[in-house]
Design a protein around this ligand. Structure first.
Ligand SMILES: Cc1cc2nc3c(=O)[nH]c(=O)nc-3n(C[C@H](O)[C@H](O)[C@H](O)COP(=O)(O)OP(=O)(O)OC[C@H]3O[C@@H](n4cnc5c(N)ncnc54)[C@H](O)[C@@H]3O)c2cc1C
Ligand code: FES
Length: 289
């Protein structure tokens, strides 16, 4: 059931690669064809070094079709991301993208609650950005155990159910009138909700009047235990929930079946490739055991 459109292969020039605490990096790449077609939830497959056999999948955090650029955020976890961290302005990377089925954010009458954890935050930023451009109603909840790789500020938005002490938000979202709140188990991260991001979103959902809650769709990306909690949250409140899976991949273009996930759909059980049939799936179709 692949709905994959054209995937471009580009030699992309690194414009910036900025280091943030805890080995997180924000890289901007000049990749005009990918930037022109990228949608929230899609990713790129980056060659981390010349001649390197395997590429690495990284979500698109923002695309600017006018400038021909895409932004990605990654955390160093192994050899591939370590090589990516060493890239400097002017370096050239082979990049394939945009890949995957994006989030469906076409119904702008709905309230999209974008819940991201760690390196799952970038697709939430992209979804919120596009929704705001389309006069939609995005809302972002972001969780991290290490310092957020964004400039933070105190929010002027009052949100139902959210403790007043959790007032910090991502500055770039605040300046575009996108409400956002942060969660962390790290007591040093001032102004964040102390706990899991799914629990923060639960406080907000709980406080919404039923007719408002019925208009909410949850989009989420992050580590598996977080996605499981978000899927449970959606089930608890009867809110439609879509998750983006960040699992191991080899080819990332549907050819090797190295990224298969079992789904339970109306017509039975299927084995879907996360790279091209996903990475976005309806949370109710996945096994969360
Ligand atoms: C669709 C998709 C989007 C992604 N988006 C981002 C992103 O925006 N930012 C980001 O930092 N990372 C993202 N990832 C994860 C990223 O691809 C991996 O961290 C990266 O491939 C690791 O490569 P490495 O060579 O540095 O580490 P490796 O040496 O390959 O692995 C180091 C450690 O990370 C674990 N690991 C490797 N790949 C994954 C994976 N896909 N998921 C979970 N654990 C993994 C390994 O088991 C090992 O413990 C995404 C993955 C997918 C599939
Ligand atoms: S990684 Fe090869 S089919 Fe998905």
């Amino acid at each position: 059931m692949s709905r994959q459109a054209t995937i471009f292969e580009q030699l992309a020039r690194v414009q910036i690669n900025v280091a943030h605490p805890a080995e997180q990096y924000m890289m901007r790449l000049h990749a005009p064809d990918i930037a022109a077609h990228a949608l929230p939830g899609q990713f790129v497959h980056l060659q981390v070094a010349e001649g390197a056999r395997l590429r690495r999948p990284i979500s698109i955090m923002l695309s600017n079709p006018e400038q021909g650029t895409i932004d990605v955020l990654f955390k160093v976890v192994g050899e591939g991301t370590r090589l990516l961290a060493q890239k400097q302005a002017g370096d050239i990377l082979a990049v394939c993208g945009p890949i995957g089925v994006p989030f469906d954010i076409s119904d702008t009458s709905r309230r999209y609650a974008c819940i991201g954890g760690g390196v799952g935050i970038p697709p939430m930023i992209f979804a919120a950005d596009r929704l705001q451009q389309a006069a939609g109603h995005p809302m972002v909840f972001a969780g991290s155990e290490v310092p957020f790789p964004f400039a933070l500020t105190a929010s002027r938005f009052l949100l139902p159910g959210i403790p007043a002490a959790a007032m910090m938000t991502i500055q770039s979202l605040e300046s575009r009138d996108i409400p956002c709140r942060l969660a962390s188990g790290n007591p040093e991260l001032f102004g964040t909700f102390s706990g899991y991001v799914a629990d923060l979103a639960a406080l907000w959902l709980e406080a919404l009047p039923t007719e408002e809650r019925d208009k909410v769709t949850i989009l989420s990306c992050g580590p598996h235990p977080m996605l499981r909690s978000v899927a449970q949250l959606g089930a608890r409140f009867g809110v439609q929930t879509f998750v983006s899976l960040e699992e191991h991949m080899a080819c990332a273009i549907g050819g090797c079946a190295g990224c298969v996930v079992e789904t339970h759909e109306a017509d039975g059980t299927h084995y879907r490739r996360i790279c091209v049939d996903g990475p976005v799936f309806d949370a109710t179709q996945l096994n969360w055991d």
